[in-house]
Design a protein around this ligand. Structure first.
Ligand SMILES: [Zn+2]
Length: 247
């Protein structure tokens, strides 16, 4: 089993506006081994310039990415897959079959991107069951938020990482065992309980879809580092957006 080094390219943030919906600030992580550079999810379109900057800081480009693993087919997790021309995209078979049946205008589902995944045929890896997707990376069926949602369990040089996607969006969902946005609350509850059990058994770190990594500290679940984010907006007649902390 190959061990990966893992790092966030961009940390997720659990933000939602009461007037303008979710920010879509999802978690975007990079795994590296001797032979592979793997992205877990793709982030939303507003991350594109940030992704180029972060990859450049690591001496990489978008063509360095060998594989893109997608937890589910919501726009803020899948939409940037087209920017990695040399990468193999991996998506759950059940999720893709669900996504392709959704009519245009379905909330959070980017219909044109899903049509393109289907059109690519065998070039897109379809994950069935809970098989090992790549050496050291296993899939975990984690339905509720969407019907074919997948989490990924990864052996890294720093221990086990569990990429929960939106099966667990933030620290509050993991703590309470309930989800804010889900197609099936009961299924989501069972999925969160299962992932929490895997986190406990492995003494690892769980990366939610919209938060920094989480771990058990005794009986409590804690963030591995503070949540920091800023939002800028134009105010007081200024011509530049003023950056304000929302952490
Ligand atoms: Zn989602």
């Amino acid at each position: 089993m190959s061990a990966y080094t893992a790092q966030p390219l961009i940390d997720g943030f659990p933000g939602k506006s009461s007037s303008h919906g979710g920010f879509g600030w999802s978690s975007l992580w990079l795994l590296m081994s001797a032979s592979r550079r793997v992205l877990i999810d793709t982030g939303p379109p507003q991350y594109i310039p940030l992704i180029h900057d972060r990859l450049q800081q690591l001496g990489l480009t978008t063509s360095s990415i060998t594989d893109v693993l997608v937890t589910h087919l919501h726009w803020d997790h899948v939409q940037n897959f087209t920017m990695y021309a040399g990468a193999r995209v991996w998506v759950g078979d059940r999720e893709l079959e669900w996504g392709r049946r959704q009519p245009a205008g379905t909330a959070f589902v980017p219909d044109l991107h899903i049509q393109d995944l289907v059109r690519r045929g065998d070039a897109v890896g379809r994950i069935r069951g809970e098989d090992e997707v790549l050496p050291g990376i296993g899939a975990i069926h984690s339905p509720g938020h969407t019907p074919g949602h997948l989490a990924f369990q990864v052996a890294t040089s720093a221990g086990v990482l569990i990429f929960a996607g939106d099966a667990v969006k933030n620290i509050h969902e993991l703590t309470k065992g309930a989800a804010d946005s889900t197609m099936d609350q009961d299924l989501s509850h069972r999925t969160i309980v299962r992932l929490r059990g895997i986190l406990r058994e492995t003494d690892g770190i769980l990366v939610p879809g919209h938060d920094v990594g989480l771990r058990f500290d005794g009986p409590r679940i804690e963030r591995v580092k503070p949540q920091t984010a800023h939002i800028g907006y134009f105010a007081d007649g200024e011509c530049g957006a003023r950056d304000r902390s929302i952490a």
